[in-house]
Each structure stands twice: as structure tokens, then as C-alpha cells.
Design a protein around this ligand. Structure first.
Ligand code: DX5
Ligand code: ZN
Length: 222
């Protein structure tokens, strides 16, 4: 499947040093990357807590990276302004909780910020369809959200292919992102289906050689 965008890697600082996230974010920049993935967890939608808009705002002046903010919240619509103010350049919101998804996407975009929907591993592709025309990115979770360091779920691959084909058949141009268990053995399984945006926490921060890791996962697979 053809990649419509260049493949990029967005390391998740959830796997960074929580006693020094500033250094972790600077390590990403020093590795020559352009994006950082920021995981926001509320302890309700997911069984874990990470960090909030205050931390994102504190990191903003220390980095030129594109802030890809992944909201794992029961009520993300209540926090959009806080993350916009914190310097988010892209905000992705889950379709599973009960809140006005379409209106929230429109609101994010009306503020000049990129937006997208996120699907949990067991959420079918159809759940994204009503929103595809208004997304800059679609994020498919390849682990159950809430923790880093989990194993990649191969049962999500058919859904990745479905969304990738939908993008092509509808002539849409959103980025296709995957998140969870992405490493040297799983990245290619996704990019060969049209994925162009890879989130990696553990595999990036634990990589023996980061530039080899980046080169390998970001090189297109036929
Ligand atoms: C999990 C988060 C992911 C996670 C990825 O809920 O959304 O971004 O940090 O970490 P790894 O790459 O370690 O699976
Ligand atoms: Zn994430």
C-alpha cells in the first residue's frame, strides 16, 4: 500500500525520564526528529495517570518539536483550551467516551490546531468513518491504552488496512498513526499497510543505536 506521506517517528515521552522530561524531549530533538508524542491519562478512561497541561506548557519553551498530544480522557472536550494554551499543535481524541466528538474536532481546528480521532484496539474501523473528512490524522491503538511497554496487537492490522484503503478510496489525505508496541519488528508490518506516523516509547528510549532505529523504522516497506 502506498504511503501518502513521508514516514515519521514520534517518540512518546511516557517512556522518558519523569524526573527530567526536559532532557528527554531534548534527546528526541538531538536524534534529528521533528515530532514528540505526549500521552495524557486521566485514571478513568485509562487505568493510569501521566501528566497534564501544566507539564506540557512547561516543556513548550524548551523544544521546537511538533507537539502531538494524545488525550486519553473521559471528557477531552473540557480540556481542549488548556492544551491549546499549553502549546499543543495537534490534539487526538478517542471516539469511545460519551461526548460530542465532531464538535470537539471542529473546535480544535477552529483554533488553528491539527486534530484527529483515536480508536482503541477493539473499536471497529466504522467508528472513525463519520469523522474522517475532518481529521488531519487518525490514530489506531495497537495496545490497550494506559501503559507503555506492552506487546503489539497483530489483530489490529486488518483495521489498519481498512482505514488505509478508505483514505485512498475517498481521496483523503490524513496521516495514519499507530501507537503501542512499535519496534523494529512491528513498525514494518504497519508501514507496509500505509501507516506513515509511528509512535514509539520504550523502543526509542531503550534503543542501543537511536539513529539506526530511526532509519530502520522510517524506511518505506514494499
Ligand atoms: C499508551 C500510550 C502510548 C505508549 C507507547 O497508552 O498511548 O503512546 O506510551 O509506549 P510503547 O512504545 O512503549 O508501547
Ligand atoms: Zn499515545
Amino acid at each position: 500500500m502506498q504511503n501518502t506521506h513521508s514516514i515519521i517517528l514520534a517518540p512518546s515521552i511516557l517512556a522518558g525520564d519523569h524526573a527530567d522530561l526536559k532532557s528527554s524531549i531534548q534527546e528526541i530533538e538531538q536524534a534529528g526528529l521533528d515530532w514528540v508524542h505526549l500521552d495524557i491519562m486521566d485514571g478513568h478512561f485509562v487505568p493510569n495517570l501521566s501528566f497534564g497541561p501544566q507539564t506540557v506548557k512547561a516543556l513548550r519553551p524548551h523544544s521546537k518539536l511538533f507537539f502531538d498530544v494524545h488525550l486519553m480522557l473521559d471528557n477531552p472536550d473540557k480540556y481542549i483550551d488548556a492544551f491549546l494554551d499549553a502549546g499543543a499543535e495537534q490534539i487526538t481524541i478517542h471516539v469511545e467516551p460519551d461526548y460530542p466528538v465532531a464538535e470537539t474536532l471542529a473546535y480544535i481546528r477552529s483554533k488553528g490546531c491539527k486534530c484527529g480521532v483515536v480508536l482503541n484496539p477493539d473499536t471497529p474501523a466504522e467508528a472513525a468513518e463519520p469523522y474522517l473528512n475532518n481529521c488531519d490524522i487518525v490514530l489506531l491503538m495497537t495496545v490497550q491504552p494506559g501503559f507503555g511497554g506492552q506487546s503489539f496487537r497483530e489483530d489490529v492490522l486488518p483495521k489498519i488496512e481498512t482505514i488505509s484503503k478508505l483514505r485512498q478510496s475517498r481521496g483523503l489525505n490524513f496521516r495514519l498513526e499507530v501507537d503501542g508496541g512499535i519496534d523494529l519488528s512491528t513498525a514494518g508490518l504497519c508501514t507496509q499497510l500505509g501507516v506513515d506516523t509511528l509512535v514509539a516509547g520504550t523502543a526509542f528510549f531503550k534503543a542501543a543505536n537511536r539513529s539506526d532505529f530511526i532509519q530502520e523504522v522510517c524506511s518505506p516497506k514494499a
